[in-house]
Write a protein that binds this ligand. Structure first.
Ligand code: ITT
Length: 203
């Protein structure tokens, strides 16, 4: 079994990612709870840069293969905001309710409520190999918050073709369709190939 560390401190992301990755043979998943690592300052200007930065930095600190992810919400009517600033849209410390209130305020009176979630998953191996997969979920921003599941902007996000917000779905329901499912699901296929070829174990 090769150990791979999930390089995220976000408990919501961790639960969703472990569910998507469950049953993958040859890998023992470690998380921040059992293998703590330092905060990584997200200085990149894209999800891709930040995902790679987190995976490479946490690999450097722990010596383990690391799967990180950078994700966020893009609203075309707001010029792509909150984008890479999704977590800290309304300032520090991170506060999901305050972020959601600010998003609703900025969209007040705006007819075009299209939005998309983007997730970029990055795998960094101790020998310097890196792999990236992206996932997108399209939808729209609701007029008010609904539901208590998930995290972040989930109470405001209604996926295309759905009536419920992501926060009104179960974890399994969100994980069938989400941007994270697409990015990490693609990474799952890649990880299976790396396990089979022996590349994940190194040497
Ligand atoms: P790590 O960097 O430790 O992984 P983080 O929460 O800081 O955790 P990001 O930098 O990727 O993660 O920021 C993601 C933000 O984007 C998160 O705080 C939410 O506001 C939003 N977000 C991302 N995925 C989401 C999802 O599935 N549902 C709701 N909001 C999401």
């Amino acid at each position: 079994m090769t150990q791979v560390l999930l390089g995220t401190k976000n408990p919501g992301k961790t639960a969703e990612a472990l569910d998507i990755l469950s049953g993958l043979p040859g890998i023992r998943w470690r998380t921040h709870a059992d293998c703590p690592f330092s905060d990584v300052e997200e200085t990149g200007s894209t999800f891709l840069e930040n995902a790679l930065l987190k995976a490479a930095t946490i690999d450097g600190e722990t010596g383990l293969p690391v799967l990180s992810e950078d994700a966020g919400l893009e609203v075309p009517a707001l010029g792509g905001e909150p984008g890479v600033r999704s977590a800290r849209y309304s300032g520090e410390p991170v506060d999901y309710a305050r972020n959601n209130a600010l998003l609703l305020e900025r969209l007040s009176g705006v007819a075009d409520r299209k939005a998309r979630f983007v997730a970029v998953a990055a795998l960094w191996l101790p020998d310097g190999q890196a792999f990236v997969c992206t996932g997108v979920l399209r939808g729209r921003i609701a007029d008010s918050s609904r539901g208590t599941g998930g995290f972040g902007y989930d109470p405001l996000f209604v996926p295309s073709g759905a009536t419920k917000t992501l926060a009104e779905m179960t974890l399994a329901g969100k994980n069938e369709i989400s941007h994270r499912r697409r990015a990490i699901g693609r990474m799952r296929t890649l990880l299976a190939d790396l396990v089979a070829s022996g590349d994940l174990a190194g040497g």
